[in-house]
Design a protein around this ligand. Structure first.
Ligand SMILES: C[S@@+](CC[C@H](N)C(=O)[O-])C[C@H]1O[C@@H](n2cnc3c(N)ncnc32)[C@H](O)[C@@H]1O
Length: 308
């Protein structure tokens, strides 16, 4: 197929059956991630650093001061870290089901000095990283360190089974191209300073939500960034070990509670109809995917925040 025709086919394919015109485009663009502070030591697939200006606007216009920011699908935790470090929320609580990612957060929040020492003492080579991947860590620091190394040396930061090691990497530096020990240590040190304001639970985010949403007037704001698997989409399945989710139940829980939330999703037909069914509002933010196609992500809130 000629390149131009192939591109046209891909774009039509992406748009097929999806009513993008349903929602306005956000006046806030997706930012270049280099222009906002990168606070997470993990380079997370599906990470939301690009969303930070939306988060600032959302939390900045909340009716009551946000006492607790809840992030039930934490991953790299960029929103919790930013909210607490920029004083937009008094505290945060994150949940994550992936045991390896959970070990990283336990180590980062409760064993910072040991984890930082390990980072400074490690020089990644293919052999060392492969050997580390085969170890069975006997404590949470070793486990969290292994997660961090694999996350920063595998292609795209993907930890799910089948992920391969970075070959060329940044500047042709191969496996070590994303291993910046001093930067990682700085981020870990800052996390350590805020660790009494950041809670973490290794649990199903839906269970955490269920428990929190039953507390009346909790002053909580919920940031929801689930795996994108609605309508059988594959993206979330390839990126994460845990990806099954009852998307309709998640929407109902948020609607029934009346809580202040911000949720991100791909513009899958199932999600568009759930937004409409529950009377939520959504804006589109145009993003480039790995094939450089421009595709919208939805930023969903119970009431209008970005366009009034
Ligand atoms: C889109 S990623 C979150 C990315 C994150 N917002 C960031 O900026 O780094 C979704 C995360 O949800 C986790 N996850 C999937 N199902 C979960 C569940 N039921 N409970 C908690 N976490 C879950 C996945 O392991 C993955 O880390």
């Amino acid at each position: 197929m000629e390149p131009a025709k192939k591109q046209a086919f891909q774009t039509e394919d992406l748009l097929c059956g999806v009513d993008y015109a349903a929602f306005p485009v956000s006046p806030i663009p997706a930012v270049n991630v280099a222009t906002v502070p990168q606070r997470s030591p993990l380079r997370y697939p599906g990470g939301k650093t690009w969303l930070i200006p939306h988060i600032r606007k959302w939390l900045g216009t909340a009716k009551q001061p946000v006492r607790l920011l809840v992030e039930p699908f934490a991953g790299g935790g960029i929103v919790s870290l930013t909210a607490v470090m920029e004083n937009m929320a008094d505290r945060s609580i994150m949940a994550e089901l992936d045991h390896d990612v959970a070990a990283f957060w336990h180590a980062a929040l409760h064993h910072g000095p040991e984890l930082r020492r390990k980072v400074l003492g490690f020089e990644p080579t293919r052999e060392r990283v492969k050997a580390l991947a085969c170890t069975c860590p006997s404590n949470v620091v070793d486990h969290g360190f292994r997660t961090l190394v694999l996350n920063r040396t595998r292609r795209g930061g993907i930890l799910a089974a089948g992920a391969s090691l970075s070959r060329v990497g940044e500047n042709g530096k191969g496996i070590a191209s994303r291993w910046y020990p001093n930067t990682i240590v700085d981020r870990l040190s800052t996390i350590g300073k805020y660790s009494d304001q950041i809670g973490f639970c290794e649990t199903d985010g839906m269970r955490l939500l269920d428990a929190l949403l039953s507390i009346p007037a909790s002053g909580a704001a919920i940031f929801v960034d689930p795996p994108y698997t609605a309508g059988g989409k594959r993206a979330g399945k390839r990126l994460y070990a845990h990806y099954s989710l009852d998307h309709a139940k998640l929407f109902s829980m948020l609607a029934d509670s009346g809580v202040n939330f911000l949720m991100t999703y791909d513009a899958a037909p199932e999600i568009i109809s759930l937004v409409r069914e529950h009377g939520f509002t959504a804006v589109q933010v145009m993003m480039k995917n790995t094939h450089h196609d421009r595709v919208p992500e939805l930023v969903i809130t119970p009431l209008p925040v970005f366009i009034r």
